[in-house]
Design a protein around this ligand. Structure first.
Ligand code: NAD
Ligand code: TYD
Length: 343
């Protein structure tokens, strides 16, 4: 039997939430891929997220920063495919201090893209952008050609990287495909983001801090459906194009909180309205016709996906309790953001 040539894949940010789900998904789906994960292991990156593949010879972990060309260049030069997830990702943190967002999300993307100019074997560079670049969507749904109007420092940093990636296709022919996904949910999401925060607080009978009136709308996409879409776009995306990836699950935050409480059999009195996020985007909504025309459709319905996600946090408190209970940086952030009274 003739063995297939090895495809070298570089995944940045692969120790984070979506990145780790993608690495596990990709190793299981492509027997001829060798994946190198490059990750700085910030507060959001955890080697525990990759512990199931510790002994997998088709995976190599490199601890490093995407802003460091001496680390990035050799990795990029041997890559056939790059999937660039690495970023500072939490809007609330970007409102407190935006510097790391500019450095990692914008400058880090530049370092990778610039290295990719000289990468002779590269045939795909997936720039992971976000639906937040469209800004708040009062009515209808965003299509890929809409003007981008980011409204918070995280979204603006991602928009900068999104357009920088496009410019490297338009001017240097780096084979860039840009994805704009909606809010992801699933296992191993850092417990500052709303679903794991609400679920783990509810497990422990603690308050769910709901910003403002709770009528803001997010479109929830299961992380596995997101990974399958990226896989499809590696194969079938067109260079220089943007693809929305959405879950068709638009839910208000208050409804989300109530659904979590119902699954966990907790009273709705646990919901505590707190000060709204400054500049809080009211709604995100994606038109996914373009992606669906390539043959993608989501497999996870929100009711089932949310229930299994809640079960994952119930069954894996070894993963989140040390973060929430023992990590001083998490405690410091939590108290600064919500005050001690939220507990
Ligand atoms: P995450 O915060 O869970 O993970 C980010 C990862 O990047 C971590 O492992 C972290 O250690 C790593 N990282 C940060 N700075 C780095 C640096 N300078 N060098 C190397 N590694 C670094 O984030 P996530 O939710 O998994 O998001 C992944 C990507 O998907 C991001 O680009 C984000 O903007 C995008 N995205 C996320 C969502 C969502 O709902 N979570 C939706 C759309 C797009
Ligand atoms: P988040 O998970 O931070 O994602 P994003 O801001 O990127 O959409 O928040 C999702 C929604 O939940 C958003 O509308 C803000 C809201 N939210 C709360 O109401 N309370 C919270 O404690 C957090 C973290 C978020």
């Amino acid at each position: 039997m003739v063995s297939q040539p090895v495809v070298e894949v570089l995944v940045t940010g692969g120790a984070g939430f979506i990145g780790s789900n993608f690495v596990l998904h990709a190793l299981a789906s492509h027997s001829n891929w060798h994946i190198t994960t490059l990750d700085k292991l910030t507060y959001a990156g955890r080697l525990d997220n990759l512990r199931d593949i510790t002994d997998n010879t088709r995976h190599t972990f490199v601890h490093g920063d995407v802003t460091d060309p001496t680390i990035v260049e050799p990795l990029v030069h041997r890559a056939n495919i790059i999937v660039h997830f690495a970023a500072e990702t939490h809007v609330d943190r970007s409102l407190r201090a935006a510097g790391d967002f500019i450095t990692t999300d914008v400058y880090g993307s530049f370092v990778l893209l610039d290295a990719a100019r000289q990468a002779d074997q590269l045939h795909r560079f997936i720039q992971i952008s976000t639906d937040e670049v469209y800004g708040s969507v009062e009515s209808g749904s965003s299509v890929e050609t809409d003007e981008i109007r980011p409204r918070n420092p995280y979204a603006a940093s991602k928009a900068g990287a999104d357009r920088l990636a496009y410019s490297y296709w338009a001017t240097h022919e780096v084979p860039v495909v840009i994805t704009r996904a909606s809010n992801n949910y699933g296992p191993r999401q850092f417990p500052e983001k709303v679903i794991p925060l609400f679920v783990t607080n509810a497990i422990d009978h603690q308050f769910l801090p709901l910003y403002g009136d709770g009528l803001q709308i997010r479109d929830w996409l299961h992380v596995n459906d997101h990974c399958r879409a990226i896989d499809l776009l590696i194969e079938r995306g067109k260079n220089g194009e943007v693809y929305n990836i959405g879950g068709a699950n638009e839910v208000t935050n208050i409804e989300l909180a109530n659904r979590i409480l119902t699954i966990l059999d907790r009273p709705s009195s646990l919901i505590k309205q707190v000060s709204d996020r400054p500049g809080h985007d009211r709604r995100y909504s994606l038109d996914t016709t373009k992606l669906r025309s390539l043959g993608w459709q989501q497999e996870h319905q929100f009711s089932e996906g949310l229930r299994t996600t809640v079960e994952w946090y119930q069954n894996n408190d070894w993963w989140w309790r040390p973060i929430k209970e023992n990590d001083p940086a998490y405690r410091e952030y939590y108290e600064a953001q919500y005050g001690k009274s939220s507990e």
